[in-house]
Design a protein around this ligand. Structure first.
Ligand code: HEM
Length: 470
C-alpha cells in the first residue's frame, strides 16, 4: 500500500529525500521551506525533507491545538527526542520527576529565592561586565551572557558555592553542546546500535562522571542530612536538591541520578535563556528609544516593591519588550512530536506511524493575522494591549495558539516562569546600570540557522558603559 505520507503536500526541492547530501543541504533552507508551506497550505499539514526523513508541519490554531492536545500514545514528545535516553539513560524519560520539580516547587519558590537570584545577577554582571563610566567596554555578547545566565540559574538550582565554581560552570555551559552533537550523531545510527554508539563515540559519559565528582560531596551531605533530620527539618535548604528529594522515588535518590537530572535541567535552561537575553540586548541596542520608558517603569516599581518577584511581575513594559524580541527571533519549528501510530487530523490528513510532526513557530509569530505589522519591532505592543483591560494576557511566559515559543500542552516548557523572570531581572539590571550599544557601523547581528534552530550570532560584540547617574 502507498504510505499516507505521499498524500501530504510537499515544499522544498523535490526528490531531495532520495539524496542524503541533498537533505543535509536542505537544512539551510528549513525556515524558508516552513514559511513557504505556511503560506501555501495554511491550516493544512505539509511536509518537507529534513536529515533524510520527512517531517510534517502544521499551522493555524485548529491543527496546533490538535498537536498540543494529542496524547503521548499518539504524538509523543519523548519519542521525538529519544536520543536523550541513550545519552542520559532511560530513567530520565521513564520517570521524569525532575520535570515535576521544575514545574511545581521550583516555580513556586521563585518569590522565596528571588533575593538570592538578584544577588547573583549583581555579582555576575560585576565580574563579567566590569565596565566603567568613562569608556565603552566591548565584550562578546553571547559568551558573556551565557556566563551570567549559568551562574544565576545555578544559584537557584544548586546554590553557593557551586554556582560560582568555574569547573562546574564550564561543564554545564558545554554540556548542551555535547548532548546536541551526540544526539545528531546517534540519530544517524539504527536504534539497536545507539546504546553502544553512545558509549563509543560520544563524550557524554565522561562529562556525567565529571559532574558527579563536582556535585557528589554536596549531594552526599544532603542525603545524609535528610536521613538524620527528615524533610521537615526547619534548616533544610530550599533548593532543587531538597525539591528533587521530595519528588524522587527512593531508587533515584543517589548521586548519579540527581547529577543527571541537574545536568538535564541545565541543558534545557542555559542556552535557551542566553539566546533570549542576547537577542533582547541586540534589540535594545538598535532601539534606544525604549531605554528611558523602561528605566522609568523599573524605578517606579522598585520604589514601591523593591527588587522582589512581585516587583518583577509588575514590569509590564520589560515583559512586553522581551516577548517582542523573542517573537521576532523565533526558531522555525516548535512542538516537536513523533507519531506513535497513524494519526488523523480533523481535516482528514493521516500522518503515518514514525513520522515527525512540528508546528510552525516563526511563521505563526510573523503572521499579520496574529500580530499586525508583524515585521516591525514594537517593544510595547503587548504592554499596550494589557493596558486595554487585558491585564493578565499577552505575557511573555504565557502559552497560546499564536504564542508557541514555549511549546504547548503537557510538555510545554516547565521552566518558562523562571526563564522569563530571570530575563526580566537581568534586562532591568542592565537598563539601570549600563548603557549598551553595538559596534560602530554594524547593524543588528545576523542569526545563523541550523535546520529549524535559530542561533544568535555568537561572535558579535556589545559595548557597555557604566551609567553615571544613579
Ligand atoms: C527563554 C528560555 C526558554 C525557552 C524559549 C524554552 C523553550 C522550551 C520549549 C519550546 C520546550 C518544548 C515544549 C514542547 O515541545 O511542547 C521546552 C521544554 C523544556 N524546558 Fe524550556 N525553555 C526555556 C527555558 C527553560 C528553563 C530556564 C528551564 C529550567 C528551569 C527549562 C526547562 C525545560 C524542560 C525540563 C523541558 C522539557 C519538558 C518535557 O520534557 O516535558 N526551560 N522548553
Amino acid at each position: 500500500a502507498v504510505s499516507p505520507i505521499h498524500k501530504i503536500p510537499t515544499v522544498g526541492p523535490s526528490g531531495v529525500i532520495t539524496s542524503y547530501l541533498g537533505a543535509l543541504k536542505a537544512l539551510n533552507y528549513t525556515k524558508d521551506m516552513v514559511q513557504e508551506g505556511y503560506e501555501k497550505y495554511y491550516g493544512r499539514p505539509f511536509k518537507f525533507p529534513m536529515m533524510a526523513r520527512w517531517v510534517v508541519v502544521v499551522s493555524g490554531p485548529q491543527l496546533i491545538d490538535e498537536v498540543r492536545k494529542a496524547s503521548e500514545e499518539d504524538l509523543s514528545f519523548d519519542e521525538a527526542i529519544n536520543e536523550i535516553k541513550y545519552i542520559l539513560g532511560p530513567e530520565v524519560q521513564e520517570d521524569p520527576y525532575h520535570l515535576s520539580t521544575v514545574r511545581t516547587p521550583l516555580t513556586r519558590n521563585l518569590a522565596a529565592r528571588f533575593a538570592e537570584v538578584q544577588d547573583e545577577i549583581t555579582a555576575a554582571f560585576s565580574e563579567f561586565v566590569p565596565a566603567t563610566d568613562d569608556e565603552w567596554l566591548s565584550l562578546p555578547a553571547y559568551s558573556t551572557i551565557v556566563e551570567v545566565v549559568c551562574r544565576t540559574s545555578n544559584r537557584l538550582f544548586v546554590g553557593l558555592p557551586l554556582c560560582r565554581d568555574p569547573e562546574y560552570r564550564k561543564l554545564n555551559v558545554n554540556f548542551t553542546i555535547d548532548v546536541f552533537k551526540a544526539g545528531l550523531l546517534l540519530s544517524q545510527f539504527p536504534k539497536i546500535f545507539r546504546p553502544i554508539a553512545a558509549r563509543l563515540f560520544t563524550n557524554v559519559d565522561v562529562k556525567i562522571r565529571h559532574a558527579m565528582d563536582l556535585l557528589g560531596p554536596m549531594l552526599e551531605e544532603r542525603f545524609a542530612r535528610d536521613q538524620k533530620f527528615g524533610p521537615d527539618d526547619p534548616e533544610r535548604p530550599n533548593d532543587i536538591v531538597s525539591w528533587m528529594s521530595d519528588y524522587a522515588k527512593p531508587q533515584y535518590r543517589n548521586v548519579r541520578d540527581f547529577t543527571i537530572r541537574i545536568l538535564a535541567i541545565n541543558f534545557a535552561a542555559i542556552h535557551t535563556t542566553t539566546g533570549g537575553l542576547t537577542n533582547a540586548l541586540y534589540d535594545l541596542a538598535i532601539h534606544p528609544e525604549y531605554v528611558e520608558p523602561m528605566r522609568e517603569e523599573i524605578l517606579s516599581v522598585i520604589a514601591s516593591e523593591g527588587w522582589t518577584k512581585a516587583g518583577i511581575t509588575k514590569l509590564w513594559k520589560v515583559d512586553s519588550f522581551l516577548r517582542e524580541s523573542q517573537r521576532l527571533a523565533s526558531s522555525a519549528l516548535t512542538l516537536t512530536r513523533r507519531a506513535m501510530r497513524d494519526f488523523t487530523f480533523s481535516d482528514g490528513t493521516v500522518v503515518p506511524k514514525g513520522a515527525y510532526v512540528f508546528a510552525a513557530s516563526r511563521a505563526t509569530h510573523l503572521d499579520k493575522v496574529n500580530y499586525p505589522n508583524p515585521h516591525e519591532f514594537q517593544g510595547f505592543r503587548f504592554s499596550d494591549m494589557r493596558g486595554d483591560g487585558e491585564s493578565t494576557k499577552h505575557q511573555a511566559a504565557g502559552l497560546g495558539l499564536d504564542w508557541v515559543i514555549f511549546g504547548g500542552g503537557k510538555h510545554a516548557c516547565p521552566g518558562r516562569f523562571f526563564a522569563v523572570d530571570e530575563m526580566k531581572a537581568m534586562l532591568a539590571y542592565v537598563l539601570l546600570n549600563y548603557d549598551v550599544k553595538l559596534e560602530e557601523g554594524k547593524g543588528r547581528p545576523e542569526a545563523t540557522w541550523f535546520g529549524g534552530h535559530r542561533i544568535p550570532d555568537r561572535k558579535a560584540h556589545l559595548l557597555f558603559r557604566k551609567r553615571k547617574s544613579l
